[in-house]
Design a protein around this ligand. Sequence first.
Ligand code: ZN
Length: 142
Amino acid sequence: MDLGALYEEVILDHNRSPRNWGDIPGATHVDGRNPLCGDRITLSLQVEDDVITDVRFTGEGCAISKASASMMTQAVKGKTRKEAEAIFEGFHDLVMGKAGTAPPDKSLGSLRAFAGVSRFPARVKCATMAWHALREGLSRES
Ligand code: ZN
C-alpha cells in the first residue's frame, strides 16, 4: 500500500507547525501514550460552563499523532462537551473505516484528511491518542 496516501498535505503542515502548542498553567493535564509507536502527549484542558475554552498540547511522536492532536485542539476549542463528543465519534468512525465507502462526513472539516488511516490499522492509535486524552480530561472536569 502507498504510505504516501496517509500523509495528506494538511497532516504534514500540522506536523511541521502544530497549532495550540503549549501548556495552560493551572488547567487539567492529561498524558496520552501510544507505546506501540512511541507517541506521547500532554494535553492541557480548560472547561468553563460546559464549554472547552482552551486546549493545548505538547509532546513528541509521529506525524500522524502530532497532526491529529493539533487538528483536534482546533476542532474542539470553543465547543461544548457534547459537541466535542460528537466530533470524536465522527472522527473515530472515519479512522476505523466504519463509514465504509461513503464520503467522509463534511462536518469533520479538515479532519477528513485522516480517512486514509483506516487502511493502516497500526496507525489508528496514533490518530486517536489525543482524542482519548481529551475524553479522559473531560471526564475529570465533570
Ligand atoms: Zn504514532
